[in-house]
Design a protein around this ligand. Structure first.
Ligand code: MN
Length: 180
């Protein structure tokens, strides 16, 4: 079974880092918004650097002055299972898979957008498939319902009490997506 993790990351901008174990690393996409459980709703995922498998368990503070400075917590963790051949489908830019996490389950797709050559970042779309785990637009947002660390039960604010109200993110001005 392959691991997946979604880390909530309160850098200059709060975002979610979606990571799938593939070929011995965590393939990584930064989601500027939350993953939507509404079937068919597309959420941007900006492909970033691969991370080591150990990083999926990281919860804590990236210190000021370091890239992505701010608090990180594993918002969900579990396993994922591709429907097809994960390596070739990833290379082709279209992954269909199932998640078995604590918060997220069911079918999902990640599709690479064919961006203009001038575009700086590799843009993908994360989309919930239509199944029993999908929600309707009128259902509550899973991010609001279950905001805490799946590892420790802590909130982002619990991790960085001294950073609240401070200038917590000057190091990430280079732009969203450079770090995931
Ligand atoms: Mn990040």
């Amino acid at each position: 079974m392959r691991a997946f993790v979604i880390q909530k990351h309160a850098a200059r901008l709060l975002h979610y880092d979606f990571r799938l174990e593939l070929e011995g690393v965590l393939k990584s996409w930064a989601l500027p918004r939350d993953p939507s459980l509404v079937a068919g709703v597309r959420r941007l995922g900006v492909a970033g650097e691969d991370h080591g498998l150990d990083y999926g368990g990281f919860e804590g503070i990236i210190p000021a002055g370091s890239y992505g400075a701010g608090a990180v917590l594993p918002w969900d963790r579990g396993t994922w299972e591709p429907e097809g051949d994960a390596v070739s489908d990833y290379a082709a830019g279209s992954l269909t898979f199932r998640l078995q996490g604590t918060k997220l389950t069911g079918g999902w797709r990640l599709v690479h957008m064919k961006a203009p050559a001038a575009e700086r970042h590799a843009s993908w779309l994360l989309v919930k498939s239509r199944d029993a785990a999908a929600r309707s637009r009128s259902d509550p947002d899973v991010l609001d319902e279950q905001p805490l660390s799946v590892l420790s039960g802590r909130a982002i604010a619990d991790l960085r009490p001294r950073m609240l109200g401070a200038d917590a993110g000057h190091s990430e001005l280079g732009g969203f997506g450079d770090e995931t």
